[in-house]
Write a protein that binds this ligand. Structure first.
Ligand code: IPE
Ligand code: IPE
Ligand code: MG
Length: 247
């Protein structure tokens, strides 16, 4: 075991300042594959291996919620073979990770327009969510067919219907009520947002929820991301001063 894989660096973190909710934009699978003159799908496969490792590391660190941006509403516009391969990979992930989730007390949840997912994926997803429902060690939130604007649109529509039918008074619309009507209703907002592969953009991810998230962008491509880099980001996060608009 070399120092990079030593469990010691968990101990270097301040247990009182572990972010409750970490959100990750897992980007760069295609570029990773391109660098190796391989098909983009090869990058997604490697990316899935990294998902396994990062889920495990977050669980061990004591993070309560991990939200992973796995597929955006815009990603449906990618070439069909890539979309098909991503859906197949997702299915494989759900099948192979069930035991790991049960062993580590992880609850699976999905946020996004899951009704757009192929039936086989949707069924397996709901089955896995059902089977892990009682686990309370960590919530693994997969953003699948997720888009922030679509989420906000759905929220406005839901609230508008309730106003129309008289179950909500317009004066009672507060930021809390809005939060409750998002896919992430009931969850704390992300404290930390990580994006791999260096792009300086949000790409329609958790637009409302990241209002005060600490942002870390690393040039590392997602398939090269690892536990050590996560630990160094967590350490740097702990050194940041979060002000929330105050002095
Ligand atoms: C992220 O990697 C995975 C998904 C968006 C599904 P990309 O596939 O976007 O990789 P790049 O950005 O082309 O390198
Ligand atoms: C964001 O990555 C979506 C996911 C990581 C699932 P994209 O690669 O789709 O984002 P853009 O196109 O660079 O903005
Ligand atoms: Mg990308």
């Amino acid at each position: 075991m070399n120092s990079n894989t030593s469990p010691d660096n968990y101990a270097e973190l301040d247990p009182a300042k572990i972010p409750a909710h970490v959100a990750i934009i897992m980007d760069g699978n295609g570029r990773w594959a391109k660098k190796r003159l391989a098909n983009r799908v090869r990058g997604h496969e490697q990316g899935m291996e990294v998902v396994r490792k990062i889920v495990r590391a977050c669980r061990k660190t004591g993070i309560s919620i991990l939200t992973l941006y796995a597929f955006s509403t815009e990603n449906w516009q990618r070439p069909k073979p890539e979309v098909t391969a991503l859906m197949a990979l997702l299915k494989r992930f759900l099948k192979t990770e069930l035991n790991e989730m049960m062993d580590n007390n992880i609850r699976l949840n999905a946020i996004g327009q899951t009704e757009r997912l192929p039936e086989g994926v949707r069924e397996l997803l709901h089955k896995t969510m059902g089977m892990t429902e009682k686990n309370d060690g960590m919530l693994l939130n997969l953003a699948l067919s997720y888009g922030g604007r679509a989420e906000l649109t759905r929220m406005v529509r839901d609230i508008a219907v309730k106003v129309k039918t008289g179950t909500i008074d317009p004066d009672s619309i507060t930021p809390e009520l809005i939060s409750d009507h998002l896919y992430t209703g009931g969850m704390a907002d992300p404290d930390l947002l990580i994006r791999t592969s260096g792009e300086m953009r949000i790409s329609n991810f958790l637009l409302w929820q990241i209002a005060y998230a600490e942002i870390f962008i690393t040039k590392t491509l997602w398939p090269d991301f690892n536990r050590d880099e996560l630990m160094s980001i967590l350490k740097e996060y702990q050194d940041r001063e979060r002000r929330f608009g105050k002095v």
